[in-house]
Design a protein around this ligand. Structure first.
Ligand code: O2Y
Ligand code: MN
Length: 596
């Protein structure tokens, strides 16, 4: 019980509906965490990893039906369908609540209901917001404790203030005496990840995995936060935040939006290959940005941990991520080695004989099957990242100098181009596209339009969201202090091979962006915006790179872009009258520059 009457009443109501055997208010302490972990080890849900190799770390295998976010079971339940827009699944809120209330009735029988107060963002920050999640999954509790600031201290900040109520159940009540399974969840067609934008509520049922169940992340920090941000004049974005320091010791912060599984975590923690430059990580997935008193846009990372994709994370690709999970980490759906450590494809060592795969069978490297699920994850505290920025928990946030958009495009899109104005930058964000990967259930390897990398994460009509970005530019206290906008593509190919080395060498592009923010760096005007002059990006010491290859990486082919126009036309047509006139004008201007 707390001093917050609304919270007490809400918990009482849901206790009556869900009928748990016990209610536990989480205090977020070490003791509580250990007790929950011990109980999961005892029940067979978790394996404690070898203390010498991976101190205080635990291993989980999910049900094979519950391995990723389920976009086709994710709903925005606004009163009017139009307000959810063409990119979201919509259901009437009254009907959805009716369906779900039936499911929630008695859904926690035989289980403990945990009540978790959590803060998205540093406690007490003016940019942060508080939520309270009810869940019957102890796995969710120990993950939320890493991913958010969770426990009694949040109640002190909350006082009798407002919070975002988040209901979660795995949807697997137990009959008296029934033995629990290792990973309880409901079948796919009974999973519901639902959002009520008008009342800022989240109701999730049937899944215990990742973004479906750790409700602070995609559900709150993106879908509901986009709604709050629109109401209150700020930005809730699917963006990493990094600090970039040049050899003179000058520092700038950059926010970058990429569709899921385009290497955001790698960029956020990048180890530069150009001497004297440093990258430090503020966040790897989500940014909340508000204008500061000086008229600049300030960003916080609302999260406190990384829920990173494990496969192909190695000391070569992302040493800082691998070192972040050296201890105090939860691993889900990776391989379990005979000596009690973890293994995954691309970790940089051979698979030890006898390693157990994510399906709990001895892995046979010759079988052609993977050992770790492609969407297997580590949940690691952000403070363990060797490259964590000193201001990552600064309640005031960090000032953003540049915003990057990007996607995975084998052709057409050059390594980098720069917007000609704020509205042109919004246009660039609105046409982001990428090839799909395994982070979502669905087809792999097709190109999909993913505006602002927010396709699965915008809590309202995407056309209105474009309008909100336009209005941020219009209402900026000082438009000259708005971040510069860029579009990057690390994934351009020739004959099936990547033209750009990526990873640490992306620091070369970051260094160019740094210079552009200071009005330096030579550019060439093209139909899509400013691209670097042939020698503006430092390629010194870059093996296999030639000026000719660089020209291909930066090439803007009008004919390719003319073909792209048809796709953009089709994409924009979806938004009908919700498409801001400013973006229609940007598209028109683009067509004119292309001579069509
Ligand atoms: O599959 C999930 O539930 C996780 S998806 C995810 C996790 C961390 C960061 N980003 C994402 C994403 O899909 O964008
Ligand atoms: Mn993400």
């Amino acid at each position: 019980m707390t001093k917050n009457q609304k919270l007490n009443q809400w918990v009482a109501e849901w206790t009556a509906i869900c009928q748990p055997d016990r209610v536990h208010w989480c205090d977020g302490s070490e003791e509580e965490n250990q007790q929950i972990l011990d109980s999961m080890v005892a029940s067979g849900m978790a394996v404690k990893l070898n203390e010498e190799k991976r101190p205080n770390s635990y291993y989980f295998q999910s049900d094979p039906s519950d391995v990723a976010r389920v976009e086709n079971r994710t709903f925005i339940c606004s009163k009017k369908e139009e307000d959810a827009g063409p990119t979201n699944h919509w259901e009437d809120p009254v009907k959805m609540k009716e369906i779900l209330l039936q499911k929630y009735t008695g859904c926690m029988k035989g289980r403990t209901m945990y009540v978790m107060p959590f803060s998205m963002g540093p406690l007490g920050s003016k940019i942060a917001h508080i939520g309270v999640q009810i869940t019957d999954s102890p796995y969710v509790v120990v993950n939320m404790r890493i991913m958010t600031r969770m426990g009694s201290k949040v109640l002190d900040v909350l006082g009798d203030g407002d919070f975002v109520p988040c209901i979660h159940s795995v949807g697997a009540p137990l009959k008296p005496g029934q033995k629990d399974v290792k990973w309880p969840c409901a079948p796919i067609e009974e999973k519901f990840i639902t959002h009520f934008p008008e009342t800022h509520e989240i109701w999730s049922y049937g899944s215990g995995y990742g973004g479906n169940a750790l409700l602070g992340k995609k559900c709150f920090a993106l879908r509901i936060a986009t709604v709050m941000a629109r109401e209150q004049g700020w930005l809730a974005e699917h963006m990493l935040i990094l600090g970039l320091t040049n050899p003179k010791g000058e520092k700038k912060y950059v926010a970058a939006a990429f569709p899921s599984a385009c290497g955001k975590t790698n960029l956020a923690m990048l180890v530069p290959t150009i001497p004297g430059w440093k990258v430090e990580c503020v966040g790897d997935d989500i940014a909340w940005m508000k204008f500061g008193a000086d008229g600049r846009l300030y960003a916080i990372n609302p999260e406190a941990g990384f829920f990173g994709v494990a496969p192909y994370t190695s000391m070569q690709t992302n040493p800082n991520a691998l070192l972040s999970c050296r201890a105090n980490t939860i691993f889900t759906n990776v391989g379990l080695t005979p000596d009690g450590d973890i293994w995954w494809e691309g970790i940089g060592t051979d698979c030890p004989a006898g390693t157990i795969n994510w399906k709990n069978q001895v892995h046979d490297p010759a079988s052609g099957e993977v050992c770790a699920h492609p969407n297997s994850r580590f949940t690691a505290p952000a403070y363990q990242c060797p490259a964590i920025d000193k201001d990552w928990e600064n309640p005031a946030g960090v000032p953003i100098s540049a915003i990057l958009f990007g996607g995975r495009r084998p052709s057409t899109v050059p390594l980098i181009h720069e917007a000609m104005s704020w509205n042109h930058g919004v246009f660039m964000g609105s046409i982001v596209s990428s090839e799909t990967t395994a982070a979502v259930i669905g087809q792999v390897g097709i190109v999909r339009r993913d505006p602002f990398a927010m396709l699965p994460f915008c809590g309202y009509n995407m056309g209105d969201y474009f309008g909100h970005w336009i209005s941020i530019g219009k209402n900026a206290p000082d438009p000259t202090k708005l971040p510069k906008v860029f579009y990057v593509n690390w994934f351009r190919k020739e004959n099936g091979k990547f033209l750009w080395p990526g990873y640490g060498d992306n620091s070369r592009v970051l260094a160019y962006i740094f210079d552009r923010c200071d009005g330096k760096g030579e550019t060439v005007d093209t139909v899509i915006g400013k691209v670097p002059a042939p020698s503006a990006i430092n390629i010194e010491g870059l093996k296999d790179m030639t000026p000719e290859k660089m020209a291909k990486v930066l090439n803007v082919d009008k004919e390719e872009w003319k073909k792209e126009i048809a796709l953009i036309d089709e994409h924009y047509a979806r938004f009908g009258s919700h498409l801001p006139k400013e973006l229609a004008a940007e598209l028109q201007g683009f067509k004119q520059r292309l001579g069509i």
